[in-house]
Design a protein around this ligand. Structure first.
Ligand SMILES: [Mg+2]
Length: 266
């Protein structure tokens, strides 16, 4: 009898996985080493952008400050005050998470109304070229990717961002932040349409990788995406970038890699 594998979300998923017992630098060096071994053959690395190479909290923080300054927030003085005092580390994956970090109750009718107003304000801005200007590349991320590129590998930036809304800003930021881009062996896979499912888009990228050759490693902050890729590419390294992630549950797995930052490359 086959049992449906149990899925877990967030901390419970992390605890249920058995990651290789290596520090950040050792994981990153191992990716570079594996890429080097395949030099001369066609091989690729998949790199997610949001919350993998880029910290998007500042993008949300900027939007929330603008909401605070807009007439939309007038009815919610308590929330405005909390946003006013918000520290960068209090920006969560979702606006609900952010409310939680700000010790704001999400259950009252007024909080629900504030969240609704904030969400529509945020949703109209977060997925746009203009607001990508507020992201921060994680310290050391570009330096690491540059080292990796020197091995001769193909770099595939694989993101749930959509071409119409965010393509231009994404390319601009890659160049501006010093990630290899507009050079040979670099690829960017965006969703052609905003409404496509992220997971389907990412799993669909497998065909693109197969067209190139081997997959050395994938980097992802979203457990379901990482698991989907690891199911397709069983021989590759799959690196969970432990920054922020959604509540979407995933099957735990052994043999994954985990990093918390790229600072050892600064
Ligand atoms: Mg991501």
């Amino acid at each position: 009898m086959t049992k449906t594998p149990t899925e877990f979300s967030r901390k419970a998923w992390i605890e249920a996985c058995r990651f290789h017992d290596l520090d950040n630098r050792k994981v990153l060096d191992q990716v570079i080493e594996s890429a080097r071994k395949l030099s001369g053959e066609k091989a690729a690395v998949l790199l997610d952008l949001d919350s993998t190479l880029y910290e998007v909290g500042p993008r949300t923080a900027k939007i929330l400050q603008e909401w605070n300054a807009s007439p939309s927030s007038r009815e919610f003085p308590e929330v405005r005050e909390a946003i006013e005092r918000m520290k960068p580390e209090q920006v969560g994956y979702s606006l609900e998470d952010t409310f939680y970090h700000l010790a704001l109750n999400t259950q009252t009718p007024s909080a629900q109304a504030a969240l609704k107003s904030m969400k529509s304000f945020w949703g109209a801005r977060f997925f746009t070229n203009e607001y990508l200007d507020f992201d921060h590349a994680y310290p050391g991320a570009a330096e690491f990717v540059k080292e990796l590129y020197k091995t001769g590998i193909e770099l595939i930036y694989l993101t749930g961002r959509d071409e119409p809304g965010m393509g231009q800003g994404t390319r601009k930021r890659l160049l501006q932040d010093g990630f290899p881009w507009e050079v040979a062996r670099t690829h960017l896979l965006l969703k052609r349409d905003f409404h496509l499912d992220d997971l389907e888009h990412k799993a669909g990228a497998a065909n693109y990788v197969h067209g190139i050759g081997h997959l050395v490693a994938s980097f992802e902050n979203e457990p379901p995406n990482l698991i989907a890729l690891s199911d397709i590419f069983e021989q590759s390294m799959h690196v969970f970038v432990d920054t922020v992630y959604s509540e979407r549950a995933a099957r735990p797995k052994d043999g994954l890699y985990r990093i918390t930052d790229y600072r050892s490359f600064v």
